[in-house]
Design a protein around this ligand. Structure first.
Ligand SMILES: *Cc1c(COP(=O)(O)O)cnc(C)c1O
Length: 391
């Protein structure tokens, strides 16, 4: 009998690594383009600036006007160049350009969907899990994701303030030996200068029971110019240090982003990617497959795929849990295990991350487990029958 060889399609060629610079800024000198300060200074923050570059729909125009006192619009030139000029369905556009639907009132939505405010022993420090904390060190980002789970405090235009008490947070960590893992987030900690960030890392590293430090950042995607040699040389003094990045669509992985991620890897920093499942952005197997394959090419490991939190004004971006399960089903077995993120739902109201998996167990008894594989074929694993006999 001939061996059966699985067949499949390779989607990697669909969206190659490429640079989009200078894009909408054809006049700009390349050295300015590579300067993170120039990128930050030239962010798109207003309707009039945005309209100079792209054709907006009425839903977007209204969304931008209404976003003014909720979650600011801000887009780095680097990321702006990924936006399609004419296509309102552009997967990049939906992530960072406000839409009118953000103002829709959905009673199921919340200001604080992950229940963070009620898990803060010190303002700005979320201690939900036994051994690790989320430390919100800033309320600013390089650009703002429209589905931000922390939009209640991020960007500085809403009613609520983050109000992190840095000194009290360090004291709490010093006095809480159960905490062995600190995740710096915000906002985006990589917006800090190297010096300011180093002070925080050095202070954490001086606490003996803190074994592991992570930084959550979308700067490698929004502002890859920030990933400098100096930054990497500073960060690598504080190992073991991981960085959780945030990429949703393969187009976001440009040559500049790849170079930045490689620099981090060369400095010994593991990067894990967190994606949010978003309607019209990445809610199909092909897009997710292209994304995870490109991530591995950048030496970044897909870490979590999040079901979109029930954040206020996100209904137009949320998709069903069934869709998420279908995506994982479409990856597992069909591609490298390293390419597959864990799909999770952050339990609404403060349940923490709950893993969601396709069901591969058909039957489980003390004698056996009946399973199905990725092709739908059935297999039986007999349970050990002498487990209770003493030897
Ligand atoms: C996500 C999160 C963490 C980190 O969780 P991991 O599963 O270890 O990545 C820690 N604290 C809070 C409050 C979080 O939301």
């Amino acid at each position: 009998m001939p061996a059966t060889t699985p067949t499949g399609t390779n989607y990697d060629s669909m969206i190659p690594f490429q640079s989009h610079a200078p894009g909408y800024w054809p006049e700009e000198a390349m050295e300015k383009w590579d300067d993170p300060k120039w990128q930050l200074k030239n962010r798109i923050n207003s309707l009039s600036e945005l309209e100079k570059h792209i054709n907006l729909t009425q839903e977007e125009r209204t969304g931008i006007i209404l976003s003014g006192n909720k979650l600011a619009m801000s887009i780095t030139p680097h990321f702006m160049n990924l936006v399609d000029k004419d296509d309102p369905k552009c997967p990049i556009r939906r992530q960072i350009i406000p839409r009118m639907e953000e103002s829709l009132d959905d009673p199921q939505e919340m200001d604080d969907p992950c229940g963070e405010d009620s898990h803060m022993p010190v303002p700005g420090l979320v201690h939900r899990y036994p051994d690790r904390v989320l430390f919100l060190v800033t309320d600013r980002c390089a650009s703002y994701c429209r589905y931000c789970t922390r939009s209640r405090v991020v960007s500085g235009v809403g009613e609520q303030q983050l109000d992190t008490q840095m000194e009290a947070a360090f004291e709490y960590l010093e006095n809480t030996p159960a905490v062995r893992d600190v995740l710096l987030s915000g906002g985006d900690p990589l917006l800090f200068s190297d010096g300011k960030l180093e002070k925080i890392l050095a202070r954490l590293r001086a606490i003996p029971h803190i074994q592991f430090v992570r930084i959550g950042s979308r700067i490698p995607i929004f502002l890859p110019q920030r990933i400098t040699d100096d930054l990497c040389n500073m960060l690598k003094k504080y190992h073991p240090l991981f960085i959780s990045i945030h990429t949703n669509h393969p187009k976001e992985l440009t040559t500049e982003v790849k170079a930045g991620l490689e620099k981090l890897s060369d400095a010994g920093i593991m990067t894990g990617n967190q994606s949010v499942l978003l309607k019209g952005v990445n809610d199909d197997v092909e897009t997710q497959k292209a994304l995870v394959h490109k991530l591995l090419m950048c030496r970044s490991r897909p870490y979590y795929l999040y079901q979109c939190d029930l954040i206020k004004g996100s209904s137009h971006l949320r998709t069903s849990v069934a869709k998420g399960i279908e995506i994982i089903e479409g990856l597992r077995g069909h591609t490298s295990g390293y390419a597959i993120p864990q799909y999770v739902i952050d339990g609404p109201g403060g349940g923490g991350k709950i893993p969601i998996n396709p069901d591969y167990i058909k039957e489980i008894t003390p004698e056996k487990v009946v399973l199905r594989n990725y092709e739908g074929k059935e297999f039986t694993y007999p349970e050990p029958q002498y487990a209770n006999v003493e030897v």
